[in-house]
Design a protein around this ligand. Structure first.
Ligand code: KG4
Ligand code: ZN
Length: 343
C-alpha cells in the first residue's frame, strides 16, 4: 500500500550546486539551491573545492527545504539522490548523506540518474503553477555543462539516446568560448546577457560536422580562438570593441547547430513533441529559437521553468516520486558513478 500522500526528499550534488527539494506526490513544495562562488576565481569547477562546499552546504540546504515545505522528517516517504554522472567527490557527499538519512529514518533510498532527471524536469511543477507536461513519446534536447543529448522519451522510465556530442557539450562550448573572450565562469549566462544587444549575424563561425543526430562543438571553440587571435593581432581592442557582436554570433551558431539537429531528429522519428532540458535550456536564444521553429513547423514545444533548467533537486525528487510508485529502491551498498553510461 502506498502512503498518501508521498513525500520525497530529493538531493542533488553532482557538480557545483548543492540542492535539496521536497515533493508531495507530483508537486514540488520546496527547491533550495546553494551555488558555489568559490570556483569563479579558477575559471572552472575545482572538484576538491566542490566536495568541501557540498559538505558545508548539505545540512543547511536540507533543513531549509524541509522548513519551507513545512514537512517534518518523520513524514518523508523516501530519499532520492543523484547517483551520477558527475564529480565523484561531489556525488559522494550527496550519496553518503542520503544513505545515512534513509537509514536513520528507516525509509527507502532511491537512486536517480542525473541526465534522466534533467528530462524529468518537465514533470516538476508547483501547486497552482500553470504547467503543461509533454505526452509520450516526445524528443528532449538535453543540453548541459557536461552533456548534449537528443533523447527519445517513451515513458518516465524508458528513454533512448538517439544523438549526442562526440566531444564538448553545448554548455562546455559556451563556457570555454566565454573563457577565451575573458568572461567569468560559468560563461554561458554572460554570453546570453551580452548577446541581447549584439548582432548575431556579424561574425560567421563554422558548424562542425558530425554524423547523423550527433553533435560536435570542439571545432567551434578552436575557430573562435583562431579568429580572435587573428583580429587581436591587428587590433588589440577587438574583443572589447565587439564583445556583444561576438557573443551574439557565438550564441547564434551554437543555437543553430542545436536546432538543426533537433529538426533532423523530428524528421527522422516523425515525433513532433519537442522539449528542452539542462542548464543551456535557460539560454534565451535557444528558448526563442525552439519557439520559432515549433511555430514554423507545427511542433508542440516544452520549455522548463528557469528553476528546473540548471542543476536542482526538484528534478531529483520528481524522478524519485515516479520510481517510488514502482518500488524501484536502492540498497545501502549503492555507490555513485562518475561517467555517463546510459539512461
Ligand atoms: O545542467 P547544468 O546546471 O549542469 C550540468 O549538469 O552540467 O548546466 C550548466 C551549464 C553551464 O555550462 C552553463 O554555462 C550553462 O549550463 N548555462 C547557460 C545558461 N545558463 C546556464 N548557457 C547558456 N545560456 C544560459 N543562459
Ligand atoms: Zn545537470
Amino acid at each position: 500500500m502506498l502512503p498518501q500522500p508521498v513525500y520525497i526528499l530529493g538531493i542533488e550534488s553532482s557538480c557545483d550546486e548543492t540542492s535539496a527539494a521536497v515533493s508531495r506526490d507530483d508537486k514540488i513544495l520546496a527547491n533550495i539551491i546553494a551555488g558555489q562562488k568559490v570556483h569563479e576565481a579558477f575559471g572552472g569547477v575545482v572538484p576538491e573545492l566542490a566536495s568541501r562546499a557540498h559538505q558545508q552546504n548539505i545540512i543547511p540546504v536540507v533543513d531549509q527545504a524541509l522548513n519551507q515545505a513545512n514537512v517534518s522528517k518523520k513524514d518523508l516517504s523516501a530519499v532520492a539522490f543523484t547517483n551520477g554522472p558527475g564529480l565523484m567527490g561531489a556525488l559522494l557527499v550527496g550519496t553518503s548523506f542520503a544513505k545515512a538519512f534513509a537509514l536513520a529514518l528507516n525509509i527507502p533510498l532511491i537512486e536517480v540518474n542525473h541526465m534522466q532527471a534533467h528530462v524529468m524536469a518537465h514533470f516538476a511543477s508547483r501547486e497552482n503553477q500553470p504547467f503543461s507536461r509533454p505526452d509520450f513519446p516526445f524528443l528532449c534536447l538535453t543540453v548541459s555543462g557536461g552533456h548534449t543529448q537528443i533523447v527519445l522519451v517513451k515513458d518516465v522510465s524508458e528513454m533512448e539516446i538517439i544523438g549526442q556530442t562526440q566531444d564538448d557539450a553545448a554548455g562546455e562550448a559556451f563556457d570555454k568560448i566565454a573563457k577565451i573572450i575573458g568572461l567569468p565562469y560559468p560563461g554561458g549566462p554572460f554570453i546570453d546577457q551580452l548577446s541581447a544587444s549584439g548582432n548575431s549575424l556579424k561574425f560567421k563561425f563554422p558548424h562542425p560536422k558530425a554524423p547523423g543526430l550527433d553533435f560536435s562543438f570542439s571545432g567551434l571553440k578552436t575557430a573562435v580562438l583562431y579568429f580572435l587571435e587573428k583580429e587581436l593581432a591587428k587590433d588589440p581592442t577587438f574583443t572589447k570593441e565587439h564583445l556583444n557582436d561576438i557573443c551574439a554570433s557565438v550564441q547564434h551558431t551554437i543555437v543553430s547547430i542545436l536546432i538543426e539537429k533537433l529538426t533532423e531528429a523530428v524528421n527522422t522519428t516523425g515525433i513532433t513533441r519537442v522539449a528542452l532540458a539542462g542548464g543551456v535550456s535557460a539560454n534565451s536564444g535557444l528558448r526563442k529559437a525552439l519557439q520559432q521553429a515549433s511555430l514554423k513547423n507545427g511542433w508542440q514545444y516544452f520549455i522548463p521553468e528557469f528553476e528546473y533548467c540548471t542543476d536542482n533537486a526538484a528534478m531529483i525528487a520528481i524522478t524519485g516520486y515516479y520510481k517510488f510508485l514502482k518500488s524501484d529502491f536502492a540498497g545501502q551498498q549503492i555507490s555513485p558513478f562518475a561517467r555517463f553510461t546510459g539512461l
